[in-house]
Ligand binder design. Structure first.
Ligand SMILES: Nc1nc2c(ncn2[C@@H]2O[C@H](COP(=O)(O)OP(=O)(O)OP(=O)(O)O)[C@@H](O)[C@H]2O)c(=O)[nH]1
Ligand SMILES: [Mg+2]
Ligand SMILES: [Zn+2]
Length: 355
């Protein structure tokens, strides 16, 4: 029986042609010769795109055939339409080039809970920003961001801000085994006094980052496509303002009682770094859902353990309770440290709440 055969010859029964009877073509237009640009801003259906050849910035809309949510910050796309970048002109994104990396998180709140969100495409470096205090550092959050980076094939780095307010040593100790680059950041001493005033007073003013930390962060990010992620109020936009002259990202003092941020940035924006490279500021997240990540995804961040994992039973989850896991045969201290870190992150990935 064909799809439109409803099983009767009765001529009184009318059969409407199905949608499938519309002629379809598999021939796709060739967009390979069209100019390319990188998406640096998405705002209510309008895409800010920086043209790769000219560095001109245009506003674009998405072609109708591209699915909702199919274009993310960092995507390289083919463009037609008006590419002059003049006021009130619109370009059109007609296709998105294959992505090198995709940083995702699973939404854990609201109506979209459980759905996957692409935060950024094509980034190679994930800069996890945590404050030493105000807001209180959350290891669970850092761990989960690390897992997301490894799963996405990105290199994670840790930027510890507000080291003028608390000693970052416990955080440094905890992440030593992972071989991460960690940079501590704080304002110059005289700025700190002003910072404390604004934090209590509640006026929105950005605190400059000390010249030493700024130099270190610049060299870390140079030539990379980096994303800053972290809780609200840790100082992501403050860093962007220090790194990119004229970025003018809004910042605001954390709540003076709870020490929590005020979700000042509401959308991700990519900026070109003066020394080369791109840095992306993102809105503070409460949680970093990882429902899409499994042990195999995390193992990408631990290539030194991959050979050992290959001798595990099929489908091994590499957790201490998994029978026959080859990780349990290791006694060498350095490898044991790595396995401990791997398992801790695995545990952070499967936990539904961050701590
Ligand atoms: N004392 C001190 N304050 C800082 C430092 N870095 C940032 N701040 C302050 O922390 C507050 C929050 O900074 P933002 O840059 O707005 O934080 P954010 O991470 O962008 O926050 P969201 O946009 O809400 O995600 C501001 O008042 C900054 O001035 C620092 O190193 N030391
Ligand atoms: Mg911000
Ligand atoms: Zn195993």
């Amino acid at each position: 029986m064909t799809r439109r055969d409803i099983g009767t010859d009765d001529c009184r029964v009318k059969v409407r042609p199905g949608r499938g009877s519309r002629p379809r073509t598999k021939i796709r237009p060739d967009y390979s010769k069209l100019p390319r640009g990188r998406v640096f801003r998405i705002d209510r259906g309008r895409y800010g795109v920086r043209i790769s050849q000219s560095a001109a910035q245009v506003t674009a809309v998405k072609a109708r055939e591209l699915r909702h949510g199919s274009v993310a910050i960092g995507d390289i796309c083919a463009l037609n339409g008006d590419l002059s970048g003049r006021k009130d002109t619109l370009a059109r994104i007609v296709s998105v080039d294959p992505r090198k990396t995709v940083l995702r998180r699973t939404a854990e709140e609201g109506e979209s809970a459980g759905s996957e969100r692409v935060i950024v495409a094509n980034a190679d470096l994930l800069a996890i920003v945590s404050a030493a205090a105000r807001p209180t550092p959350r290891y669970g959050m850092i761990d989960r961001c690390l897992v997301a980076a490894y799963d996405a094939g990105m290199t994670p780095v840790l930027i510890l801000t507000k080291t003028d307010l608390a000693d970052p040593q416990p955080i440094l100790d905890r992440y030593r085994d992972l071989g991460l680059r960690i940079v501590c950041s704080a304002p110059e001493r005289e700025e700190t006094e002003n910072a404390n005033k604004t934090e209590c007073g509640g006026t929105a003013e950005s605190v400059p980052v000390s010249a030493g930390s700024l130099r270190e962060i610049k060299s870390l990010l140079r030539g990379h496509i980096s994303v800053l992620v972290g809780h609200s109020g840790v100082g992501k936009s403050t860093l962007i303002n220090a790194l990119v002259p004229g970025a003018a990202r809004a910042t605001s003092a954390v709540n003076s009682v709870t020490g929590r941020g005020r979700h000042t940035s509401t959308s991700a924006v990519a900026f070109e770094l003066p020394g080369g490279g791109t840095v992306i500021d993102t809105p503070g997240v409460r949680t970093f859902g990882l429902a899409h990540v499994d042990a195999a995804g995390l193992l990408r961040g631990f290539p030194d353990l991959a050979e050992l994992a290959a001798s595990c039973p099929r489908g091994c989850g590499h957790r201490p309770e998994d029978p026959g896991c080859a990780f349990d045969t290791v006694s060498e201290p350095a490898a044991l440290g790595r396995i401990r870190s791997f398992r801790r992150l695995l545990c952070a990935a499967v936990r539904t709440q961050w701590g």
